[in-house]
Design a protein around this ligand. Structure first.
Ligand SMILES: *Cc1c(COP(=O)(O)O)cnc(C)c1O
Length: 396
């Protein structure tokens, strides 16, 4: 695995134009006015219209604007999608993806779904007459779980922070048999490693705050789809709800995406090296990474993604002092979020998944001692040395 991981990213071609994804990330906006090699930032909130037709390519920034439109072209190109939409945050994108649901509808989600999504479904959707049904294991869903009201499945694979894998193709087939949409939060994989639309999913959402922006300095979200009717709903969500990405941030995201495949390749290679190192370490009792749960999950993941990503989780052996370990770390910051060039470590039970009930956490395999590491682009030799010295100083 370790040896081929980086090359796996490199060989992945863009789905539509037969261009490698690193090339698409850089060249998607090749044609610019004046021969400029990067797009301009259009800050205008309003645009002049032709008095006779009262028409124009753009009218008002919230509806659409040239810079966000260029970013949306990049998003669609990377995903091989017909339509891309940029929102002010991953949660605005998630909310838009669920805006197609109506009174009386039900959406099925895993109990371990991203905390913000859990909050939205738990506290906001009921007021709109929409039910969120949380299940412990999406992989165990069968025909019997669907009712006529089930209109969508919202899923993440790998799951966070257990990195458990769900068979995308199987869920798509199951959901579509019952007329339900499949929405995939692809934040952990990005289109560089996994393209759910190609596997039949209807909608992909991402927190671009993570890998796409990649530098822990920008909040943004994306929605992509091939479906024209859904695209109309997302354009309406932008215009009517207004949670759109600003032109300056759209430009910064265009810029950041150029190095996404490059960053992720390095981060993934380092993550694999860290997984191997921690697995062999006496002071570590569990290491989780996509495919680590079982041969079966490894096989499914390999069939639907071209890499394992750069997030892993692990537990310290009982004789180690967690707080001492975290304090002793020199590089990974103890902070939520992931996907940045700097390594971050967090404790999901109290930081990202505290909204789940203790029972749901236990069912999902999220213990109080589980730590999640998002591997950055630092030299992996320094990261390994840092982990080792922190483990040494955490021995009680
Ligand atoms: C961070 C995150 C979100 C929410 O994105 P924001 O940009 O913080 O609003 C949604 N899903 C996943 C998997 C995330 O990690």
């Amino acid at each position: 695995m370790a040896a081929g991981a980086g090359r796996a990213i490199d060989q992945r071609r863009g789905p539509e134009d037969d261009v490698h994804i690193q090339t698409a990330a850089v060249q998607a906006l090749r044609e610019q006015e004046h021969g400029a090699v990067v797009p301009p930032v259009h800050l205008a909130s309003t645009f002049e219209l032709d008095p006779a037709s009262e028409d124009g390519a753009y009218a008002y920034q919230r509806g659409s604007n040239p810079t966000r439109a260029q970013l949306e072209t990049v998003l669609a190109t990377l995903e091989g999608a017909a339509h891309g939409f940029a929102f002010a945050s991953g949660m605005a994108a998630t909310a838009a993806s669920l805006s197609t649901l109506e009174v009386g509808d039900e959406v099925i989600l895993p109990a371990s779904v991203y905390g913000g999504t859990y909050r939205f479904v738990d506290l906001v959707l009921p007021g709109r007459g929409i039910t969120g049904r949380f299940v412990d294991d999406l992989g165990a869903l069968t025909d019997a779980d669907f009712t006529p009201s089930t209109k969508a499945i919202f899923m993440e694979t790998p799951a966070n922070p257990t990195l458990r894998i769900t068979d995308l193709r199987r869920l798509v087939e199951l959901a579509h048999r019952h007329g339900a949409l499949v929405i995939v939060d692809n934040t952990f994989m990005t289109p560089v490693l996994q393209r759910p639309l190609e596997l039949g999913a209807d909608i992909v959402v991402q927190s671009a705050t993570k890998y796409l922006a990649g530098h822990s300095d920008l909040l943004a979200g994306t929605v992509t789809t091939d479906d024209d009717r859904l695209a109309d709903a997302f354009a309406l969500a932008q215009k009517a709800q207004g949670g759109v990405l600003a032109p300056g941030d759209s430009f910064r995201l265009i810029q950041a995406i150029k190095t996404l495949p490059l960053r992720l390749e390095r981060q993934q290679d380092s993550a694999i090296a860290i997984v191997e190192h921690l697995r062999a370490h006496d002071a570590i009792s569990q290491v989780r990474y996509p495919g680590s749960h079982s041969e079966e999950e490894a096989r499914i993941h390999a069939s639907q993604a071209s890499g394992t990503g750069a997030v892993l989780s692990f537990e310290l052996a009982p004789e180690l002092d967690r707080v001492a370990f975290l304090r002793a770390l020199r590089y990974p910051a103890y902070a939520v979020s992931l996907g940045g060039v700097e390594s971050l470590i967090c404790r999901p039970s109290t930081m990202t998944h505290e909204a789940m009930t203790p029972q749901a956490r236990a069912n999902a395999g999220i213990s109080d001692e589980l730590l999640r590491l998002s591997v950055g682009i630092e030299d992996v030799r320094d990261l390994l040395e840092d982990l080792d010295q922190a483990l040494r100083s955490a021995s009680r």
